[in-house]
Design a protein around this ligand. Structure first.
Ligand SMILES: C[S@@+](CC[C@H](N)C(=O)[O-])C[C@H]1O[C@@H](n2cnc3c(N)ncnc32)[C@H](O)[C@@H]1O
Length: 180
């Protein structure tokens, strides 16, 4: 995990970082404290009671703001110094959905901003349910079209069961991208 957000952690203190699809905000909180960054976490499924009333100062330094919002609806006002979508692209539902998410992330990224991604890819299909899992080629191609180049990419194999599912395998892609 740390490797995928390292390019964000090492940004200058006070950098504005967007954690799109932040879940409960644990990764954004860690990053805000470690890097002393101003992290905005958004998620349409933000757990009840987690949203903050604006940016909250953290004891370790930095600030964290958590908002219930969808990446696809986020106004392109502020550009961020770094953007992460961790575990989010496999929620896109289709190749078009992936394109929309990546275009939104691109539009919200400042000129030198690193982009950190992880997602469950289609190298290992799900056997027990229908699910759209984005391919590595698709994500790489869309990002290349948007002017991003891969800085680092790797995969990890996971075998687990959750929510009553049978045990199953995933291949998770991790990667960081920079603008060409
Ligand atoms: C597997 S969780 C990952 C949470 C967190 N990023 C982490 O790594 O722990 C994926 C999250 O992406 C969110 N998500 C899905 N589509 C989204 C969208 N269009 N905009 C923002 N978040 C989205 C889901 O609601 C879910 O909370």
């Amino acid at each position: 995990m740390h490797r995928v957000i390292e390019p964000l952690r090492v940004l200058p203190a006070g950098s504005a970082v967007l954690d799109a699809g932040c879940g409960g905000g644990a990764v954004g909180r860690w990053l805000a404290e470690q890097g002393r960054h101003q992290v905005l976490g958004i998620d349409p499924e933000l757990p009840d009671g987690t949203a903050t009333d604006g940016p909250q100062k953290l004891p370790g330094g930095g600030t964290l703001e958590l908002r219930r919002a969808d990446l696809l609806d986020l106004p392109v006002g502020q550009l961020h110094d770094g953007v992460m979508l961790l575990g989010v692209l496999h929620y896109a539902g289709s190749a078009d959905g992936v394109r929309r998410m990546l275009r939104a992330a691109d539009a919200l990224s400042g000129p030198g901003a690193p982009l950190s991604l992880s997602w469950i890819c289609d190298d290992v299909p799900l056997t027990y349910q229908e699910a759209y899992l984005p391919g590595r080629e698709l994500v790489g191609r869309v990002l290349a079209e948007l002017g991003w180049t891969t800085a680092d990419t790797w995969t990890r194999e996971v075998t687990h069961a959750h929510g009553g599912s049978p045990q199953h395998d995933h291949r998770i892609v991790y990667g960081t991208w920079r603008r060409v």
